[in-house]
Write a protein that binds this ligand. Structure first.
Ligand SMILES: N=c1c2ncn([C@@H]3O[C@H](COP(=O)(O)OP(=O)(O)OP(=O)(O)O)[C@@H](O)[C@H]3O)c2ncn1[C@@H]1O[C@H](COP(=O)(O)O)[C@@H](O)[C@H]1O
Ligand SMILES: [Mg+2]
Ligand SMILES: [Zn+2]
Length: 138
């Protein structure tokens, strides 16, 4: 395939042809399918993507632990897949997930890993963000 038709196929075609980085990984952004909140960003290799598709639950590759990671295996914070999308050039995955009623996402206990905003001022600083459910953990 010529370069142009390859790009055309990747951007407009109906075949899943994920393009991982040099380490074989794709970034996966995870959002709450109900609220739309961004929950976390993690990494997937081909096997993590395959298991996510097959099982309907989120699997990642943990760079820090160097192993496949079934999200929630120890915490119980399993992410049930509502929809999987791929971006224009097929190098980023978007998981829209449903979590159990009480479960957060972050290992700190919060519902999202993005619980601080960056504020500008004389010095750059962080400002806590009020998160939705689980409310007591905001
Ligand atoms: N539970 C989480 C967890 N939830 C969300 N995230 C986010 O997922 C990102 C990717 O995690 P990785 O382990 O791949 O870490 P990394 O970012 O590649 O590398 P480092 O941050 O470690 O340098 C983190 O940066 C967090 O923002 C988590 N990262 C790690 N954990 C750990 O995963 C383990 C299992 O947790 P459960 O899967 O929920 O049972 C526990 O030991 C937790 O501490
Ligand atoms: Mg990290
Ligand atoms: Zn976190």
């Amino acid at each position: 395939m010529s370069g142009h038709s390859e790009i055309q196929a990747r951007e407009e075609g109906l075949a899943l042809t994920p393009r991982s980085d040099g380490a074989g990984l794709l970034p996966a952004v995870v959002t709450d399918a109900v609220s739309g909140t961004v929950l976390m960003l993690a990494w997937m290799n081909a096997e993590a993507l395959g298991r996510t598709i097959e099982t309907g639950e989120a699997w990642f590759w943990s760079r820090s632990r160097q192993c496949l990671w079934h999200k929630g295996a120890t915490s119980g914070q399993v992410q049930r897949i509502q929809e999987i999308r791929v971006d224009c050039d097929q190098d980023t995955i978007w998981l829209r997930v449903r979590m159990s009623e009480q479960a957060g996402c972050c290992h700190t206990g919060r519902s999202s890993c993005f619980y601080r905003r960056v504020v500008s001022g004389p010095m750059l600083a962080l400002d806590p963000v009020a998160l939705g459910r689980p409310a007591e953990q905001s």
